[in-house]
Design a protein around this ligand. Structure first.
Ligand code: SF4
Length: 95
């Protein structure tokens, strides 16, 4: 029998250099709430978090740069999606 995989532990091996001055993903002022809801389930890093009041909170720190939210939400929920500027973003590590 194989051991269960702990995703948080696996993701914790990676290193992030967060660009505090320039968010590489920006949510629209009036996002499509159904799409935001979808992103709470689609983001592999769990960065779109549903709050108790039903709103969705997003923090781009910890982004895996997979592009899932770009494909699902650009124009409807997201104002912009770019890769982080040079030297910023995720540095993948295996472990
Ligand atoms: S690019 Fe991927 S990891 Fe980053 S916020 Fe979007 S869905 Fe989540």
């Amino acid at each position: 029998m194989s051991a269960p995989v702990n995703v948080d532990v696996k993701l914790g091996v990676n290193k992030f250099n967060v660009d505090e001055a320039h968010p590489h993903i920006v949510i629209k002022g009036q996002p499509d709430s159904a799409v935001l809801e979808l992103l709470t389930r689609a983001c592999p890093a769990g960065l779109y978090k549903k709050q108790e009041d039903g709103s969705v909170r997003f923090d781009y720190a910890g982004c895996l740069e997979c592009g899932t939210c770009r494909i699902l939400g650009l124009d409807s929920a997201l104002e912009s999606w770019e890769y982080p500027r040079g030297t910023f973003g995720i540095e993948y590590r295996y472990g």
